[in-house]
Design a protein around this ligand. Sequence first.
Ligand SMILES: Cc1cc2nc3c(=O)[nH]c(=O)nc-3n(C[C@H](O)[C@H](O)[C@H](O)COP(=O)(O)O)c2cc1C
Length: 420
Amino acid sequence: MSDLKNKNIILGVCGGIAAYKSAELVRLLIKQGAQVQVVMTHSAGEFVTPLTFQALSGRVARDTLFDLDAEAGMGHIELVRWADLILIAPATANTIAKITHGIADNLLSTICMASKAPLLIAPAMNQQMWINAAMQDNIKMLLRRQTVTLCGPAAGEQACGDTGPGRMEEPAQLLKRCITLLKSNQQLSGNQSPGKRLKGKKILITAGPTIEDIDPVRYMSNRSSGKMGYAIVQAAIDEGAEVVLVSGPTVLTAPAQAEFFMVRSALEMHDKVFELIDSADIFIATAAVADYRPVKKVEQKIKKNNTTLILELIKNPDILADVAALANKPLCIGFAAETNDVKNYALDKLKRKNLDMIVANKVGESQSGGNTGFEGDNNELNLYWNNPADRTELRTKNLPYASKYQLAGQLIDEIVLLFT
Ligand SMILES: Cc1cc2nc3c(=O)[nH]c(=O)nc-3n(C[C@H](O)[C@H](O)[C@H](O)COP(=O)(O)O)c2cc1C
């Protein structure tokens, strides 16, 4: 009951409906031994009174930068030095934009600018605000910062009557994230941020489609854009990992920090992966590898002479299953993109291929109604894995509809927990 003993937490509260949940959050943090200093924006005061937070935290809730009394005592810089963690819950679209772009025009955004402490952000807003392009651009930019972690938003029914992503993550969940974040921070040597949790780890990632040639001008492929895989590459780099990307043809640019190999067919991808796998600690197979290829590639263009044409196909090797069957296999994470019966297919793959985790998504539509799967910028993921301590216990986690980069960060968070 004292996972946060001696930890100093600044809880930033912004002007959103979910501000009432922050009161419960203060209670939970304090119960775990933390000292909590609430910093409210002016808009937050429209939803909850400072007195509520003062009564729960035992400290005067701060809401003003230009406060003569406070600046003479625990001024904003002292507050910055005091904090082991800054948690903003709820984080409004407005405050997220300010922090992303370095606008220090109130106490909370100034503290964020001046602090080196890990910053955990729990967005809460209307679903249209959340999927708005400006919001998503800001989030992408913000998450590239090593000290910033996102928790949520969850999807579901909203106070305004809409349904979709934008609900603040529940206080109990936020409490867990604070504990893991501070623990992983403590485990790191020196002053490394939680953005270096994969330092020293080598991750091999496959992404994109494969192309199976039929003749010199025709081929078989699939709709994979590679966006999910490339987002995971970036998220892994952001956590300090050494990343090798083996990609089928895409229009995307590989992050400069990744070692990059472009391949075309499933056989080429298989060969390249096996050339590189020995040194990998983690293998993440996001590529949509063709299950079949033509038995032989016809040397000349096939002519339109017959009414029907039979193409004989042969099964491609299963790259992920082959890696997972190695005696000294790395941690193996697979992807299952399915149009139906997603959970059952995913669980079958997890077991049959002896994987450490399977990441499933429905191609078409998410639970919250957004488009998911190939080509788009957003997705919704369901993670399934066996408890490493007791392989019979199945664990699951839903990562609600969000940008692929954001989901990639959340997936990396789970992989870190699995790995450490
Ligand atoms: C009733 C009401 C509810 C609101 N709820 C939210 C919300 O949940 N999320 C959000 O980003 N903005 C919400 N807003 C808009 C913010 O209050 C507004 O953008 C404000 O400038 C945020 O200021 P802050 O970021 O300094 O707290 C709401 C506004 C009103 C009037």
